[in-house]
Ligand binder design. Structure first.
Ligand SMILES: [Zn+2]
Length: 349
């Protein structure tokens, strides 16, 4: 069955909050289809069925958007792994996979561009290279028929502004989100609300933050961004328990396992810091109270996080059919049909 998407991003934002599930890199790494380190999504070509399945899982859990998995599928990353010949086929395949799920489920199809790791302030060669990288990816996405673009994980606001400019040439809406590392500012030293205001003033349809920071250390910025801009605001934290003294997921240290390979839990030993679904729901309600319009969870997200987010926004996605009901648990439940000797043993579990 094909259900064409019936409204644009702008119309959906007017109607209510929009959820965009992402974090594909970490989820596919956990599943054994993507290598941590270079973090290049070759899985798109090697196991396309896994991308299709993950897109479906996220829509089932409540995502309103299928974002093409072209994060880190850019020229610099493919050069890094010596597979530049895969650049175009990988991008086109990721777009077609996302498109097929979006059109089948009536969700929005988003193109994606991201931090290049090439950008350097004041370096004209770097700026030209970044512009070229964005342009080729945006062109492929436009040809695939995306409904809007996500430009994300920019720690340089100026790189985000270049991304916005390239997206604007397509005439499609742009969601632009910054990534804030340990220091509470962009890498060029702009305050976060000021950077978002500049991006909004330059014409972004949605501005905000994604990745790097967990709910607790992202939320204070969100409050300031909502006050600073007059466009819809996005909040897509990582689902990890970052805190004031370790505000980014790269800076987290685990006293229970102090010396993991690589010297820090990031990226593959972060499990003990993972937010439970109630923490994601709490974040969602807090963000909604601040006026956030565009939601998601970034690296580390699983479908259960997205379902918690959707339910906190008052939705009942298909996955809600299976949301927890402990009343019939053999030992911890309350149902009259349960056996009393097991219920009595419940406190000893
Ligand atoms: Zn992320």
């Amino acid at each position: 069955m094909t259900t064409p998407s019936t409204s644009s991003l702008t119309e959906r934002l007017v109607a209510g909050p929009v959820i965009c599930a992402e974090g594909y890199l970490f989820e596919l790494e956990r599943r054994g289809y993507l290598q941590a380190g270079a973090f290049v999504p070759e899985v798109v070509l090697e196991h396309p069925e896994e991308i299709t399945a993950l897109h479906h899982e996220f829509v089932h859990a409540g995502s309103d958007v299928v974002e093409a998995f072209t994060y880190y599928a850019h020229r610099e990353k493919l050069r890094m792994i010596g597979k530049l010949d895969l650049l175009e086929p990988l991008n086109r395949a990721a777009l077609e996979i996302a498109k097929s799920v979006a059109r089948e489920t009536g969700t929005l199809l988003a193109g994606n561009i991201c931090n290049t790791n090439v950008y350097q302030p004041g370096n004209p060669d770097a700026i030209a290279a970044v512009t070229q990288m964005f342009t080729e990816q945006v062109d492929w996405a436009v040809q695939a028929g995306v409904d809007f673009f996500v430009g994300e994980t920019f720690s340089f606001a100026e790189e985000a502004l270049i991304a916005l400019e390239v997206i604007q040439r397509s005439g499609l809406p742009a969601v632009i989100t910054l990534a804030v590392h340990q220091e509470p500012e962009t890498r060029e030293g702009w305050s976060v609300p000021d950077a978002c205001k500049r991006i909004a003033d330059a014409g972004a349809d949605v501005v905000g933050l994604n990745c790097i920071r967990g709910p607790e250390t992202m939320l204070p910025f969100i409050e300031a961004i909502v006050r600073a801009v007059d466009v819809p605001v996005a909040a897509l934290p990582v689902p990890y328990r970052t805190r004031a003294d370790q505000p980014s997921f790269q800076s987290l240290r685990d006293p229970a396992y102090p010396d993991p390979p690589g010297g820090r839990p990031f990226p593959i030993a972060l499990d003990p810091f993972t937010c439970n679904r109630f923490e994601i729901a709490d974040f969602t309600r807090a963000a909604r109270d601040l006026g956030v319009a565009y939601y998601g969870v970034c690296c580390g997200a699983g479908p259960h996080h997205i379902r918690a987010m959707a339910e906190a926004l008052g939705r009942t996605p298909p996955a809600s059919r299976y949301s927890a009901d402990m009343s019939k648990h053999a030992f911890l439940g309350s149902d009259a049909k349960l056996l009393e000797h097991n219920q009595a043993y419940g406190s000893r579990l």
